[in-house]
Ligand binder design. Sequence first.
Ligand code: CA
Length: 439
Amino acid sequence: MTRHDRPIDETHDPGLRSWVDSANTAATDFPIQNLPLGVFRRRDRRESPRIGIAIGDQILDLALCAEAKLLDDLSQSVRDAAAAPRLEALMALGPSAASELRSRVSRILRSDGGIGDRHLLVPLDRADVQLPTMTRGFTDFYASLNHATNVGRLFRPDSPLLPNYKHVPIAYHARSSSIVIGGTPIRRPSGQIKRPGQVEPVFTATERLDYELEIGLFVGAGNALGQPVPLADAEEHLFGICLLNDWSARDIQAWESQPLGPFLAKNFATTISGWVVTLEALAPFRVPARGRSDGDPVPLSYLVSPSNEAAGGIDITLEVLLQTRQMRIEGHAPHRLSTSSFRDMYWTPAQLLTHHTSNGCNLEPGDLLGSGTVSGQTDDSSGCLLELTRGGQKPLVLPTGETREFLADEDEVIFRGWCSRPGYARIGLGECRGTVSAR
Ligand code: CA
């Protein structure tokens, strides 16, 4: 049985309420039905990082739960993994371990029969949320047909898609050392740029800094080198998801990326949100894989399964907001630039993971797969400025009257994501924030 076939259980019950009052409000990303995992440290203490679960505007501290003997009925391996300073050990144990912990935490936090002890909580605003894993492998895909078409059209108006796109999930190996947690300032990178009309390149600060709205997929249990993961098993190896901003310097990218693809245009920083929403929490929001249009090739058989077609997609609404320095000074709220949905991706998460391992490449617990920029079909659903401004030719106008072709210093980019469906509690991914700083 694949993960998305699993029944929705009592932890998803929309009637569940928590003794943490802020978790019961309609607006929260972290109701008791979500229970995302993260790593944090209290700001006012010198303590080692520990694993927590976001609930309303609080964090349930698993170290304090263990001290209070609330985790004693879990298996020893799950207890050990919950006491680790990062999430890899829990991820490595596979979905049943995450499910065991989720079930226990749900019972601790529910108002009816839970453990109403506020000493187990740390307010989110008094915690430093850290990277959840020490990711060793980071791969960035290109799984949105709309994004690939829109970007391709800028360079090849007559044939925007390259001939391989609908056959093979395209990706490149990205850089894990420069993955940073939301809130980390993003220094404007310098690099080689060849400006239009100039013969020689110059080395200077990027003039075309962009964001890319993506979903990050965390690998759970790994696969041995030489052992591909069949599509039917792929979701057993996916732990959960986060928001991911693949910052991109378009001018550096344009000059350097032929013929081997992105390099310094992308590896100066990648921001992720801190709370990892498990696939189990996402179970109510599974949708069919995006249908193929007439004339699209049927993928090769290792990328096809009935369960993937029936429920391989995830319905996640995503939005991008921008707040400039002048907007902050004048008191303007962040301005929404676009909204899109993860359900529109051409390739599903399971297909990305199976394709990655199809040659025997081994994935490890905590590895991160970027989905690629999530764009829809309309102008207001493009997941990066390169698309929104047509490569800088159609500047955006902001509430202050400022315009943007690309990002300016002190611009803050904010991603949000959430899932909602009638009959279920809305759950969210939190936010992924980053502010551009001058060199
Ligand atoms: Ca990307």
